[in-house]
Design a binder for this molecule. Structure first.
Ligand SMILES: *Cc1c(COP(=O)(O)O)cnc(C)c1O
Length: 368
């Protein structure tokens, strides 16, 4: 090639590190010829999808010649019923990751500052840099968002702030009072995106905020939610954002006309009615998090307190060889090198049997 196309690209995109997903089980199968792989790498729901959601998605497949409902009427009606949010405040997304990007595209100009925390979900850095923003990463405190420091980092040029509660990959969280104090300190011209991908898993007594309750008080707030985690629909890609009607209107203008596919719309609508599935999911997670915590303690390993469906453990040594040895045992977890946490591994809470497979494999790996 005569031209280096990287040199033609928007500089902040040419230098971007791409998102590194969890290793797919199929890939490990091909590489090592293993079967019976335990995949605890991507915080997916070990229960599989809700039977109701699955039936709805399957029914939608008989009408694949049709475009999906670009307005998402039924899903928005179901969200209104479940959470009391009118449709003019909603934006549906192809996963909540799309909504994180839409927020940046709607508001961030080249050279604007976008703030997020050290160890925050990497999608924020990618969204900011793709919009040619100046990314301002505020040092974390004990791996958690330092909200007062993040408020102090706001300047004249700050346009948007990303928060995750609980955060991935650390599982850390902040309280309702801490969030309100932060929102009170941030000027209204600064958009605050509160990513609540794991909110369903949160211990109800832990004092965490429900972002949906804050939308009326803080017009600059965008709350994002997903069907990928507790609702078990990661493969279909669907999420939603809640904000004041002006912000929702702006985000809806720039999304693709049919950004959420028909099967996803149908499945998400049905999933919202399956309370039993959700309760079962939360129960599996409570028990599994306990099982993993106890197992890790028995191995003498430290981990961060998590409000999510995963635990992040500190091996106190380079985690990459441990990650690779676990792969050879057919267990996939997530190394956190991309987060500059080279000694940590993140493990998703699985079924009792999956958790046991992980703990047994880890014990074997660490003993040799
Ligand atoms: C998994 C995750 C999401 C959800 O992404 P989707 O695009 O909805 O699948 C969003 N934010 C965080 C912090 C996550 O870990």
């Amino acid at each position: 090639m005569a031209i280096d196309f990287y040199s033609l690209a928007v500089p902040s995109i040419a230098t971007l590190s791409p998102y590194r997903p969890g290793k797919p089980a199929g890939e490990l199968e091909r590489e090592l010829g293993l079967t019976d792989i335990v995949s605890l790498a991507s915080n997916e729901n070990p229960l599989g999808p809700s039977p109701r959601a699955l039936a709805a998605a399957t029914a939608a497949l008989s009408r694949l010649e049709r475009y999906p409902d670009g307005a998402g009427f039924e899903l928005k009606a179901a969200l209104n019923k479940a959470y009391g949010i009118s449709s003019d405040r909603l934006t549906l997304g192809n996963g909540s990751n799309e909504l994180l990007n839409l927020a940046a595209r709607a508001f961030v100009r080249p050279g604007d500052e976008v703030i997020y925390s050290q160890y925050a979900f990497v999608a924020y850095a990618i969204a900011a840099k793709a919009c040619q923003a100046r990314a301002v990463e505020v040092p974390a405190r004990d791996y958690a968002h330092d909200l007062p420091a993040m408020a102090d980092a706001v300047s004249e040029r700050t346009r948007l702030i990303y928060l995750a509660n609980p955060n991935n990959p650390t599982g850390t969280s902040f309280s309702d009072a801490e969030l309100r104090a932060f929102l009170d300190a941030v000027p209204e011209r600064v958009i605050v995106v509160l990513d609540e991908a794991y909110t369903e898993y949160v211990d109800p007594d832990a004092g965490l905020p429900n972002g949906l309750d804050l939308i009326d008080d803080y017009p600059n707030l965008i709350v994002t939610r997903t069907f990928s985690k507790a609702f078990g629909l990661a493969g279909l890609r669907v999420g939603f954002a809640v904000a004041n009607a002006q912000i929702a209107d702006l985000m809806n203008r720039i999304r693709e006309p049919f950004n959420v596919n028909a099967a996803a719309l149908a499945a998400a609508t049905a999933a919202l009615t399956d309370e039993e599935y959700l309760q079962q999911t939360l129960e599996i997670n409570r028990r599994g998090r306990q099982q993993l915590s106890e197992g890790l303690e028995r191995l003498g390993l430290e981990f961060l307190a998590s409000q999510g469906n995963f635990l992040t453990l500190d091996l106190q040594r380079d985690a990459q060889p441990v990650f690779e040895a676990l792969l050879r045992q057919g267990v996939i977890v997530r190394p956190l090198q991309p987060y500059a946490m080279p000694r940590h591994l993140r493990v998703t809470v699985g079924t009792e049997q999956e958790n046991r497979r992980f703990l047994d494999a880890l014990a074997r790996v660490l003993s040799c």
